[in-house]
Design a protein around this ligand. Structure first.
Ligand SMILES: Nc1ncnc2c1ncn2[C@@H]1O[C@H](COP(=O)(O)OP(=O)(O)OP(=O)(O)O)[C@@H](O)[C@H]1O
Ligand SMILES: [Mg+2]
Length: 242
């Protein structure tokens, strides 16, 4: 049963790759407007989980509900239309186009009326703090700025749920901190939800979002960062070596 504020629910979500169980009957729920970190050792099944939510992988068993509807059989595009938007680490930007033009292409695809386009593009650039770089060619943006522009493209596509797999990989300390502020701002100002897979413990701590710990394809524990940090099981399988 769906509760009023529930955005996403997985039930018994399982993914087998031949003999290997990458996700083992995962029951995961996310409220509307909630940010959630997913952590766990390499191979725990984090990427597999969001791949099934985005539609890039089909579950072996189990179901996925989004806004009260069963989306388990929907294509990637149908899920994206409903607002499930995944960011990959490899950029999908057009390098020779400006930041503005990259967002423009995304906005054009949404059928935004012509008279509203410019304000919509600027609104998106403002959300990701790139208005001052609107005319800069994407190829000359820094690594961090390119990643934020990618997030802007998801926003331009009217995302409701962002799926971010290691969004701060390769970023400087400052860029990582800005990314945390960006994700929180999107939650606060737009009510967006996000599932954020990360290995950077400082980033996770600063995000102040609930954490789900995966281990061997199962949910090991869920709780606040404080709870997780002091959990004996989590320390022994993951945090102990950090
Ligand atoms: N397409 C695939 N074919 C076969 N096995 C796969 C495939 N994708 C993932 N796996 C396996 O499933 C398990 C979970 O992988 P997954 O990528 O979800 O882990 P992860 O938690 O994202 O790890 P990392 O922190 O290293 O990114 C691993 O053992 C991995 O080798
Ligand atoms: Mg992964």
């Amino acid at each position: 049963m769906k509760t009023a504020s529930e955005l996403l629910r997985t039930e018994g979500l399982t993914k087998r790759f031949r003999g290997l169980v990458a996700n083992d009957s995962i029951d995961f729920t996310l409220k509307a407007g909630e940010l959630r970190c997913v952590i766990g050792p390499n191979g725990a099944g984090k990427t597999t989980l969001i791949s099934m939510i985005s539609g890039h992988q089909q579950p072996s068993n189990g179901a996925i509900w989004f806004q009260g509807q069963n989306i388990t059989k929907l294509s990637i595009i149908e899920r994206a239309r409903r607002g499930i938007s995944r960011k990959f680490q490899t950029p999908t930007l057009f390098d020779n186009l400006s930041a503005y033009e990259n967002v423009e292409l995304a906005v054009l695809r949404t059928g935004c009326p012509p008279r509203k386009r410019r304000s919509r593009i600027l609104e998106v650039l403002d959300l990701v703090r790139l208005v001052d770089l609107a005319d800069t060619t994407a190829s000359t943006l820094s690594h961090g700025q390119r990643q934020w522009l990618e997030v802007g493209l998801l926003l331009a596509n009217d995302a409701i749920l962002l799926l971010l797999d290691e969004p701060t990989a390769g970023m400087t300390v400052e860029e990582t901190a800005s990314t945390g502020r960006l994700i929180r701002r999107l939650g606060q100002e737009l009510g967006l939800s996000a599932i954020i897979i990360e290995h950077d413990i400082n980033f996770i701590r600063n995000l102040q979002a609930p954490v789900t710990v995966l281990h061997l394809g199962r949910v090991l524990v869920e709780g606040s960062f404080h709870d997780i940090e002091h959990d004996e099981q989590v320390r022994s399988v993951y945090l102990g070596d950090q």
